[in-house]
Design a protein around this ligand. Structure first.
Ligand SMILES: Cc1ncc(C[n+]2csc(CCOP(=O)(O)OP(=O)(O)O)c2C)c(N)n1
Length: 351
């Protein structure tokens, strides 16, 4: 890539790192799986956008397109049994953690076969058995529960780690500071992963935050902080792998700031008319380094034939089509009798 372009990218993603080689502990087969997962999330989100616009999905949907490398890199570095907490932009987190796209579409369509029996919708997908402790529409509210899960792991000495995904906007919410302080003081096995896309609906993070580097806050809480290129799935994998190893070794929490950029609207119906043309023009250089393009280019340079990569993309698209067909034609509206069920928890200890 020419120097000028690289400079322009670095002015937006300071931690930009070219994808030159596989991390030492990843095989090419795993990298191909990660590419599949990135494509699966992209296809899922593009279809969510279309289906929302066609009025097939009701309620707000926040798409995770262009953030895929963060969920995929992070979840690949976690072990089975570890926990995640998610956000309003959470479809990609659940998919990367192994959720079924069919049951997710069923949830988005309000069907009884969905993860929340069709009663939660886009912003509340949870599957506690798989360690997906839940998504939430309240900004910053997944951070403290992740520390709670980490406390449970610490007390039970079961070696589990908990990871919280949250946006840069959530860094300016109270739960961020309160939880990071407590997690550091108690040396909890938790990873705080800030998905820094620079926007919180129509508010530019830089307009409301003097110190632009969120990772620097870690020092004030007494934990390590690191800033990484959130479009680079390998950089995310390495950062979470190392943070998880620290956490499992009893060395406490880590704050990771994964820089990417919200390329499209806050939700699937948002035309971003608050964003000026110059800004959109400035960020257009990032399409060269977004996760699908970049991971694909890397795999091609590592010797994977073009046809195989096309096949991976086609398989991901086909899986999503099947998932939509399943949710649309084989799933059912919840019955009226279930209307008052699941309002209160039954007191069962779940983790
Ligand atoms: C406590 C709270 N305040 C405000 C909102 C409205 N709101 C929904 S999403 C959002 C922006 C969140 O930005 P960020 O955390 O950076 O995540 P992003 O949407 O950029 O992924 C806001 C302010 C909310 N849901 N909850």
């Amino acid at each position: 890539m020419e120097n000028e372009k690289a400079e322009q990218i670095k002015s937006i993603i300071p931690s930009y790192t070219p994808m030159r080689e596989l991390p030492e502990d990843l095989s090419l087969a795993e990298a191909k799986e990660m590419f599949y997962s990135i494509c699966q999330i992209r296809e899922f989100e593009l279809k969510v956008r279309d289906l929302w616009r066609a009025n097939k999905i009701r309620g707000m949907c926040h798409a995770y397109y262009y953030g895929e490398a963060i969920a995929v890199g992070a979840c690949h570095a976690l072990e089975k049994g570890d926990y995640i907490t998610s956000t309003h932009r959470g479809h990609g987190h659940a998919l990367a953690r192994g959720a079924s796209p069919g049951r997710m579409f069923a949830e988005l369509f309000g069907k009884a076969e969905g993860y929340n029996k069709g009663k939660g919708g886009s912003m509340h997908i949870a599957d506690v058995k798989s360690g997906i402790l839940g998504a939430t529409g309240i900004v910053g509210s997944g951070i403290a529960p992740a520390a709670g899960a980490a406390l449970s792991a610490k007390l039970q000495k079961n070696g589990k780690v908990s990871l919280s995904f949250f946006g840069d906007g959530a860094c300016n919410q109270g739960p961020f500071s309160e939880t990071l302080n407590m997690a550091a003081a108690w040396n909890l096995p938790v990873i705080f992963l800030c998905e820094y896309n620079q926007w919180a609906i129509g508010t530019d993070y830089w307009r409301v935050t003097k110190e632009h580097d969120a990772y620097k806050r870690a020092e004030g809480f007494g934990m390590p902080g690191i800033q990484i290129d959130g479009f680079n799935v390998f950089e995310v994998y390495k950062a979470v792998r190392d943070a998880a190893a620290r956490a499992r070794a009893g060395e406490g929490p880590t704050l990771i700031e994964a820089r990417y950029m919200r390329m499209l609207g806050h939700h699937v119906g948002d035309d971003q008319n608050y964003r000026d043309e110059k800004d959109l023009e400035r960020i257009s250089v990032l399409y060269d380094i977004e996760p699908v393009t970049r991971t694909r280019e890397f795999l091609e340079s590592a010797g994977v034939p073009k046809e195989e990569l096309e096949d991976i993309q086609k398989r991901a698209a086909a899986e999503i089509q099947e998932a939509i067909a399943y949710a649309d034609t084989q799933c059912h509206e919840p019955s009226l009798e279930t209307l008052y069920e699941d309002i209160y928890a039954d007191g069962e200890i779940i983790i």
